[in-house]
Every structure is written in structure tokens, then in C-alpha cells.
Design a protein around this ligand. Structure first.
Ligand SMILES: Cc1ncc(COP(=O)(O)O)c(C=O)c1O
Length: 503
């Protein structure tokens, strides 16, 4: 007589959860059913073959899930000889159920989480701290590179050559400070291109400028300190400083950049750390004048303060010679310089650098070691070769021409189609333009409408802590978009502006 077909209606694979391997989904479903009491103690589970058939997966997938559950003590018996829910599940496991596990695996109980002051600050700002994602390149999104023009064939050739014969020293743990040949290449590049005064011993390779900011903030700041930032300011920097508990003081930027005369003169608000983007203020794009640079360094010296120079975007200058770095003017070891390959290669590479005064090298190195040991040595080695063979310098030259062209297209399209709706002026540097809106028009509203049209704009007001700006503006990134995309995007923007202004 044929055995009745065993049915297991209770296990459902999560169609939406493509990211999780199938065996893991089966494991989770059974575990949840056991913890919720849906699968009772000593209950027999279907044979792996039967469950596999029912779920339309391979038997090995179910076996893997069962094995994990055996290993963790949820099941007992033997695969192939009857599989049962364990008779004695530890009590504390069963109690997990009482707190109910939601689909997102978040506890629904509302007991306060026991966190450090840092954790608590993050918890209360989870919604407001931006996490950057740019999986889809949407027109006007800022900070993205022209990846369609990146020499991937050269990059892959270098990677293939290295992979064929990987030196042992890049397969174990490397120096937390960074791969020495890359530090040498970076020091040479920064010295000649940016007038940075450094040796490779002062260079620390980081996982992008963001890690450089995070390390610096945690090394320098405490809850008692104040940090001065530019207003408007790169919000990812502001969030890092706020997370340390330090007081974040916004200082207005004018056409000469960070304005010392607008800073608090004394008391608890006097800065221990000052964050500036002198070569291309983010987001306004102004360059800090030489007198302001010298005054800032002098102030830091007199007040025993540190300066972070975020030189995120100094390579793309279309007119005149760039001013050398602030760090190059500093004779007293006050400036912590940071750079990134996010704008010259692409952001997902996650390689940036710090140049720190000699006295800080050891502290930054151990902080880096404690944090994530070091960035991938293989990526560091590929980048080193890419620089050493001259491809980096060539790529920057080509991108400078391309980005200048793309900026020109954007300006022409704006002038042709937007007229008085948006004031856009040529910029001598950078990867974005600021389009100034007519007085009283909210960049936030425009942004909301634009998001529905798959445009990624950022209002200047969202970078500022001022209650009211005389005029709001929109950040228009152009480097990652070709002529056709820029044209279409400007047309869409026109419709949005007309709608918002005439409402
Ligand atoms: C002002 C500023 N600093 C730094 C960065 C780069 O950060 P990362 O190297 O972490 O990609 C950006 C990128 O948008 C930026 O705008």
C-alpha cells in the first residue's frame, strides 16, 4: 500500500527574501515554528526528500537546514531515520517566542536597549542619519563618477595579473596603516598634485573619507568638546561629530569659504576641532581664500585646536590653477588632511587616505587596527599598480575634460529650458552645480516631486542648520550622466518647477 503523502503546509519560503540562501530560509521558518510552539516538542518533521519536493528545492538544501537545526539543538533523531523537534528545548530559547519575532527579525518588545552613550545617540538619530546608497544612478545624483568611461579593461588586466601570481604578503594580514607601496604612491601624488607636505609614514589608508572622519572624530573629540563645521555642511561629517556627543557649532560660509569672524569667540563653544572643505566647499563650491586659510591655521595654533581638511574633490578644476592644500601651509602640525578615491575611481572602491601630523600616526594606526584591521590588500595592490603605471593620472585628465563638457551641457540645457526658474552658473571646479531657486520656493518640495520622477536632487537647505536661507538651491550632479540623460532630466525638472511655482 502506498504511504499517504506527507504534507507540510506550515513551511513557506519567503519569495521576497532573495538575498537569503534557501537553506537559511527553511532553517529560519522551522526555528520560528518551534519557538512559537507551532511545532510541538517531539513532533516528527517530514523526511528531507518529502520537504524538498514540497518546497521545490533540492534535498541537499533541506539537509543543510536540518543539520543546522540539529547542531543548534532544535532537532533530534537522525536524518533519514526520523527527525523530531527536540524534547528538551532550553527554557530561555522558548521565552524568545514570548517576545515575538517580527519578519524583519526585530523584537517587538519595547524594553529600553542597554546601549553606550554612543549607541543611544545613534538610536535616537537612526531616522535622521543618512545612509548613502546609489545603486541606481539617477540624474542629478551627486558624487557619482562616469563609470561608463572608466578603463575597466586596464583595471581588470591588473587584477588578473595580480591574481595569477598573488604575492604572499598580500594574502595574510597587512599593515593597519595601509599597504606601503600604496602609501608611497599616495604621498607622491599628494605632494605633487596637492602641495601636501608628507612622507609615506604619515599616510594612513582608510575605507573612504568616511572612515577617516570617524577615526578622527573619535580620537579627538569627547562630550565636553566643541567642533566647528561649515554651514551648509557635508551632513555625513556632521553626523559623525554629533555621534561623539561633542557640541556641533555651525559657522556660516561666504564667498571666501569658512568665516572665522563668525565663530564663537570664547567659552565652551570654542573649537577643539574645525572641519573644512577648502578646495571646494561642500555643497556651495566656493574656494577658501589664502588669507582665510592662513588665519585659520594661525587660530588653530594659538588655541591648540585641530583642523580637518576634507580634500574630497580637488582633482576636478576646469579653470585656473588650484590652490594648494591647507595642510601644505601648516608648519605646526595642526591639520589632519583627508582624501578619497571615491571621486576619481568610484565610490564603491572604499579607499581613501589620511595624512596626519607625525605625533598622531601611532594613535591613528592602532585605532584603525582596532576598527577593521585594514582595507582589502588586493584592492590596495590593484590601485597601486593603476597609479604606478600612469593610468590614474591619465584617467583624471580624461575625466576633467569629460566633466567640463557635461557641466557645459547642463548649463546650456538649464539656460534654454529653465530661464528664471533656476539660476545656474558655471563652476570652475567640482562635480556638481548649485541651481538657485526663486525666493520663497522650497527645495524640499521640489525634491519631493522630483523623487517621484526618478530624479535625485538635494536641497541646499537640507545641508544647513540656518532656520531660513535667503534662497534655497538644488544640487545638480552632472558627472555620471551623458547628454541625453541630462537633457531629459532638465525637461522633467522644468515641469516640476512650473508645477511647484504655480501652485
Ligand atoms: C564633502 C565630502 N567629503 C567626503 C566625501 C567622500 O566620502 P567617501 O570617501 O567616504 O566616499 C564626499 C562624498 O560625497 C563628500 O561630499
Amino acid at each position: 500500500m502506498r504511504k499517504p503523502k506527507q504534507l507540510v503546509p506550515f513551511i513557506m519560503l519567503d519569495d521576497k527574501n532573495h538575498g537569503s540562501p534557501l537553506y537559511r530560509q527553511i532553517y529560519e521558518a522551522i526555528r520560528r515554528a518551534i519557538l512559537s510552539g507551532e511545532f510541538s516538542v517531539r513532533m516528527r518533521l517530514p523526511a528531507s526528500r518529502v520537504l524538498a519536493q514540497q518546497l521545490g528545492v533540492s534535498r541537499i538544501t533541506v539537509v543543510n537546514a536540518y543539520e543546522q537545526l540539529f547542531a543548534e539543538g532544535y532537532l533530534e533523531g537522525k536524518i533519514g531515520d526520523g527527525t523530531f523537534v527536540a524534547a528538551q528545548l532550553p527554557d530561555d530559547l522558548l521565552h524568545i517566542e514570548k517576545r515575538k519575532i517580527t519578519a524583519a527579525n526585530k523584537s517587538e518588545n519595547h524594553l529600553p536597549l542597554r546601549l553606550s552613550p554612543f549607541g543611544e545617540r545613534l538610536q535616537s538619530n537612526v531616522k535622521s542619519i543618512r545612509t548613502q546608497t546609489s545603486a541606481i544612478f539617477q540624474p542629478f545624483q551627486n558624487g557619482l563618477t562616469a563609470v561608463d568611461k572608466f578603463p575597466f579593461e586596464i583595471w581588470s588586466r591588473i587584477a588578473a595579473r595580480l591574481n595569477r601570481n598573488l604575492p604572499r604578503e598580500i594574502l595574510g594580514y597587512g599593515e593597519p596603516q595601509g599597504y606601503l607601496p600604496l602609501r608611497e604612491a599616495v604621498a607622491a601624488h599628494l605632494t605633487s598634485a596637492r602641495g601636501v607636505s608628507c612622507t609615506p609614514a604619515q599616510v594612513i589608508i582608510t575605507s573612504g573619507a568616511q572612515q577617516a572622519l570617524d577615526l578622527t572624530a573619535r580620537i579627538i573629540l569627547s562630550e565636553k568638546d566643541s567642533v566647528w563645521i561649515e554651514d551648509p555642511c557635508y551632513q555625513e561629517a556632521k553626523s559623525v561629530f554629533a555621534a561623539t556627543g561633542a557640541k556641533v557649532v555651525s559657522v556660516p560660509v561666504d564667498e571666501e569659504g569658512f568665516n572665522l569672524s563668525a565663530t564663537p569667540k570664547r567659552g565652551a563653544e570654542k573649537a577643539k576641532l574645525i572641519y573644512v572643505t577648502p578646495s571646494h566647499q561642500y555643497p556651495l563650491g566656493v574656494t577658501m581664500s589664502l588669507p582665510r586659510r592662513l588665519a585659520l591655521i594661525e587660530w588653530a595654533k594659538r588655541n591648540d585646536a585641530w583642523i580637518i581638511e576634507d580634500d574630497y574633490n580637488s582633482e576636478f578644476r576646469y579653470a585656473g590653477r588650484p590652490l594648494a592644500s591647507l595642510q601644505g601651509l601648516d608648519r605646526d602640525g595642526r591639520v589632519i588632511y583627508m582624501g578619497t578615491f571615491s571621486k576619481t575611481i568610484f565610490p564603491s572602491l572604499r579607499i581613501g587616505c589620511l595624512v596626519v601630523p607625525s605625533d598622531l600616526v601611532d594613535i591613528f594606526t592602532v585605532a584603525r587596527a582596532l576598527n577593521d584591521v585594514h582595507s582589502s590588500l588586493i584592492e590596495q595592490a590593484i590601485l597601486t599598480e593603476f597609479i604606478a603605471e600612469g593610468h590614474f593620472a591619465r584617467h583624471i585628465r580624461r575625466m576633467r575634460t569629460l566633466y567640463e563638457e557635461r557641466q557645459k551641457i547642463l548649463i546650456e540645457e538649464c539656460e534654454k529650458h529653465l530661464g528664471d526658474l533656476l539660476e545656474v552658473k558655471k563652476a570652475d571646479a567640482g562635480m556638481h552645480l548649485v541651481g538657485w531657486l526663486p525666493e520663497g520656493v522650497s527645495g524640499v518640495n521640489i525634491n519631493r516631486r522630483a523623487a517621484k520622477q526618478n530624479l535625485k536632487l538635494a536641497p541646499i537647505s537640507s545641508y544647513s542648520s540656518a532656520n531660513e536661507l535667503p534662497r534655497d538651491g538644488l544640487i545638480l550632479g552632472y558627472t555620471a550622466f551623458d547628454k541625453r540623460q541630462i537633457r531629459n532630466a532638465v525637461r522633467k525638472l522644468k515641469a516640476i518647477l512650473v508645477e511647484e511655482i504655480s501652485k
